[in-house]
Design a protein around this ligand. Structure first.
Ligand code: ADP
Ligand code: MG
Length: 245
């Protein structure tokens, strides 16, 4: 599914990612951890083709297609979805308008009636108030509501690869559990893959990742299973990998 090889990324001539390798197959959950400033969010922005993040070496392929020169719009249409650390407000644009436009862009032929019905059903399945449909994107929403709103978008747009940057930020324990359950149900249905960035292991109790990576200085310094995450939580990044801050 997603393959990154020997990637180097620069912003304003500053090297942010250097020598990154990652391979995430279909229907797997991979977790990326690492100290602040390690480059986690930069990886997300690079995959989503934020033009500030210049790829100066290496490869990124999605379903064997080279996406290095693609735009954000093209990458999103291929089925990559980023759930941002802090989803932004978009006053004046409702969820329904944005989702409808995105579906039309993707060539989905669906009447307004079918679209509304599907949105209402998605809200019911996710335990989301159906008022969300006609609210402006993320405006006046709490941290938990923003994440639920993104989960609604996922269920409507049906991406095959989902990146969650600091998935747990803004969520209480119940919110975390309900978001995790929503993601697992989606994975079960769509056989989607996930790259999850987190600082905490409590999410692992629900999501049980196939692989855990530790990132530092723009590259992977350790790869393992869930146990790696627990040992890092116990002794800290510094203790485990002689990482300086
Ligand atoms: P993390 O998400 O792991 O905390 P980031 O990817 O946000 O780390 O940042 C990695 C490093 O790259 C930091 O030193 C940060 O200041 C720098 N960086 C990231 N994006 C930019 C940018 N757009 N302009 C300048 N520096 C950046
Ligand atoms: Mg970050």
């Amino acid at each position: 599914m997603l393959k990154i090889k020997n990637l180097k990324v620069e912003v304003d001539d500053k090297v942010i990612i250097d020598g990154l390798d990652l391979e995430i197959p279909k229907n797997e959950i991979h977790v990326l951890m690492g100290p602040n400033g390690a480059g986690k969010s930069s990886i997300c922005r690079t995959i989503l083709k934020d033009p500030r993040y210049r790829i100066t070496r290496g490869e990124i392929t999605f379903n064997k297609e080279d996406i290095k020169d693609y735009t954000t719009n093209e990458v999103a249409k291929m089925g990559i979805f980023l759930l941002m650390q802090n989803p932004v407000d978009i006053p004046g644009v409702t969820n329904a308008e944005m989702l409808r436009t995105a579906l039309v862009e993707r060539g989905v032929k669906e009447s307004i009636f079918e679209f509304n019905k599907r949105l209402t059903e998605s809200c019911a399945n996710l335990g989301i108030d159906k008022d969300f449909i006609h609210r402006n994107i993320n405006e006046y929403m709490s941290g938990g509501e923003r994440k639920k709103n993104e989960l609604l978008q996922i269920n409507v747009l049906k991406p095959s690869f989902i990146i969650l940057d600091e998935l747990d930020s803004g969520l209480d324990v119940d919110g975390l559990k309900s978001l995790s359950n929503g993601l697992l149900a989606y994975k079960e249905k769509m056989k989607a893959s996930f790259l999850i960035i987190t600082h905490h292991t409590n999410i692992l109790e629900y999501l049980h990742p196939d692989k855990v990576y530790i990132l530092n200085g723009g590259k992977i310094v350790a790869t393992g299973n869930e146990k790696l995450a627990y040992s890092v939580e116990k002794i800290g990044y510094k203790g485990a990998f002689s990482i300086s801050e």
